[in-house]
Design a protein around this ligand. Structure first.
Ligand code: COA
Length: 257
């Protein structure tokens, strides 16, 4: 499959998707989002891909929705054309997603990074929800996922003033996992992705699901769900292999079965 607005590749069990509209700071046009969802779902179906890495370029992860696309839109145009299902489809991907973020991650760009499970940021990364400056507000999870990640005060300031925060502020607030020098952020993210890809795939997917469940349910419901996933993994060959390898003092060879 060839794409116009993204670049894709895979190695060591890691599927890489790079947003590629550099002239407009990777603005998330509908066509780009179509390709992104398509590529991510294809990786999600591919048993050989055990982690997905999403990145942009050094100047921008993504500077948000493509403003030119909705400059003259009416509410009906937006309702009919703006397919938030694309975001739901990314949310439903069970393969872990690692974001490597450098430069601008604004609006939909910040929301896209937040849909990922782990975020590695370069020192030059800037996160923000500047929609308020356009007379609108976040529409792809910014008020919800940002608030869950950083708490009410930081989220309110970002959403109500549009102020961009630095990578260090983002790390202090719990929005990103860590901040590394710009020349290292992609390698660091790839290394995290490879590490995840080396684990037992079914355990990884169920563990991701269980952690995400913590945002949607009561503690009791979440614990119940966790326990069922835990029991389920005792039916896998990889559980037997993992335990046996530990006892034999060797590295496990996981097969995804
Ligand atoms: N949609 C469409 N085009 C965008 C874009 C977006 N969200 N963000 C940047 N671009 C385009 C610019 O229009 C410009 O195109 P041009 O060269 O044809 O004029 C190009 O990307 C480079 O951006 P520019 O503004 O010249 O770079 P900068 O370094 O001066 O500023 C930003 C960078 C990110 C601060 C600024 O581009 C910006 O504020 N972008 C909009 C962010 C936003 O509001 N996102 C939420 C949208 S809902």
């Amino acid at each position: 499959m060839t794409y116009q607005y993204i670049l894709t590749g895979a190695e060591d069990g890691v599927g890489v998707v790079q947003l590629h509209r550099p002239d407009v700071l990777n603005a998330l046009s509908r066509a780009l989002m179509d390709e992104l969802v398509e590529a991510m779902e294809a990786f999600d179906r591919d048993e050989g891909v055990r982690c997905i890495l999403l990145t942009g370029n050094q100047r921008a992860f993504a500077a948000g929705a493509d403003v030119r696309e909705f400059a003259d839109a009416t509410v009906v145009d937006m309702y009919l054309a703006y397919r938030f299902q694309q975001w739901e489809r990314i949310r439903k991907i069970t393969t872990p997603l690692v974001a490597a973020v450098s430069g601008y991650a604004l609006g939909g760009g910040c929301e896209l990074a937040m849909l990922c499970d782990i975020i590695i940021a370069s020192e030059t990364a800037r996160f923000g929800q500047p929609e308020i400056n356009l007379g609108i507000m976040p529409g792809a999870g910014g008020t919800q996922r940002l608030t869950r990640a950083v708490g009410k005060c930081v989220a309110m300031e970002m959403v109500l003033t549009g102020r961009l925060i630095t990578a260090r502020e983002a790390a202090a607030a719990g929005l990103v996992n860590r901040v590394v020098p710009v020349e290292l952020y992609l390698d660091e993210a790839k290394s995290v992705a490879r590490e995840i890809a080396s684990k037992a795939p079914v355990a990884v997917r169920l563990a991701k699901e269980a952690v995400l469940r913590a945002f949607d349910t009561t503690l009791e419901g979440g614990l119940d769900y966790e326990r069922k996933c835990f029991y389920l993994l005792f039916a896998t060959e990889d559980r037997r292999e993992g335990v046996r390898a530990f006892l034999d003092k060797r590295s496990p060879k996981f097969t995804g079965r």
